[in-house]
Design a protein around this ligand. Structure first.
Ligand SMILES: Nc1nc2c(ncn2[C@@H]2O[C@H](COP(=O)(O)OP(=O)(O)OP(=O)(O)O)[C@@H](O)[C@H]2O)c(=O)[nH]1
Ligand SMILES: [Mg+2]
Length: 302
């Protein structure tokens, strides 16, 4: 380094992403991380586990933490566990992104504000700005939203189109503490392939089966073996009722086959190698309202 060159500040930190269900947290997370790591769907309460995604860019590293949508309606053990996961994910973070949907701010969003740790700055992210393109409506909405809480910044984005997401990343990178990176620069996530594989199967289920079936379903990886670049994966979809099993399998097994094919293609892309995937369906009555069974199925905060 020459004498009058100032060294660039190295920044890194943990950025939690919170909000009510379905506001687009996971879509935004994937967009910022630059790869599809967290599953998304049009149904609320798709995300069930804390997952970190790492973005290293220049001298800064952000460790984004995606969380389940905070749920304020009555629910069983699974809902309680998901809300606990959100609260735990807020511990020890450097920054919080509170995601809302453009044009909507209501009691459910206010419940999320009540969870925010007092000493940590929070940035309000107004997502789905593509749904509210008129400035005459967006500006008064932003003005009203910032009055709800002492936000450090407010940034409208569209996670779907990517609009303004680069600006959001710049804003939050500048707010991270000056410290060395927490992960190696080429690390993408804190989760292993087993976890990611189970999540991809669950995503396809959420996207292809309607009504209450996905809410009563979990995915377990029974076997995960790697031979060179080939991964052999056996997954089970655990459902609540035998009627649900029939729906997931579909006529002549067509539904299950399409779920497995779509999941396999995503796994091959994410893992960078061929995947042999077998998916089975099992019935476990009442698992989603039973904390012991939730623990067995990998829910950390059950
Ligand atoms: N129009 C529009 N839709 C979006 C945008 N971002 C996300 N979505 C859609 O909103 C729905 C929910 O997206 P997710 O990313 O799964 O939302 P989430 O907040 O993670 O939801 P939970 O995990 O269930 O809490 C999906 O259908 C997304 O495609 C956006 O910027 N614009
Ligand atoms: Mg999500």
């Amino acid at each position: 380094m020459r004498r009058n060159e100032t060294p660039a500040v190295i920044r890194s930190g943990v950025v939690a992403i919170v909000g009510r269900p379905n506001v687009g947290k996971s879509t935004l997370f994937n967009r910022m991380v630059g790869q599809k790591v967290s599953i998304t769907s049009a149904k609320p309460q798709t995300t069930r586990h804390r997952i970190a995604g790492i973005l290293t860019s220049g001298n800064a590293q952000a460790v984004f933490v995606d969380t389940p949508g905070f749920q304020t309606r009555q629910g069983g053990a699974l809902n309680r566990v998901l809300n606990r996961t959100v609260m735990h994910a807020l511990e020890g973070v450097d920054l919080v992104l509170v995601v809302i949907e453009a044009g909507r701010f209501d009691a459910e969003d206010r419940r999320v504000l009540a969870l925010l740790p007092k000493a940590v700055p929070s940035v309000l992210v107004v997502n789905k700005s593509d749904k509210l393109p008129e400035k005459t409506r967006m500006i008064p909405f932003l003005q009203a939203a910032v009055r709800e809480h002492d936000f450090a910044e407010v940034v409208p984005v569209s996670a779907r189109t990517g609009r303004n997401v680069g600006e959001l990343v710049r804003v939050l990178m500048d707010r991270l503490p000056a410290q060395p990176p927490l992960y190696p620069a080429d690390e993408l996530t804190d989760r292993d392939e087993r976890f990611l594989a189970a999540e991809l199967v669950r995503e396809k289920l959420f996207r292809s089966v309607g009504d209450e079936v996905p809410y009563g379903a979990a995915v377990v990886i029974e076997k995960f073996e790697q031979e060179g670049k080939l991964r052999r994966i056996h997954a089970s979809i655990v459902v609540e009722k035998s009627g649900h099993k029939a729906i997931v399998i579909g006529r002549a097994g067509e539904k299950l086959k399409s779920i497995a094919t779509a999941a396999r293609l995503d796994m091959e892309k994410l893992f960078g190698g061929k995947v042999f995937l077998e998916v089975w369906v099992k019935v476990k009555k009442g698992w989603s309202d039973n904390e012991a069974q939730l623990r067995q199925l990998g829910y950390e905060h059950a």
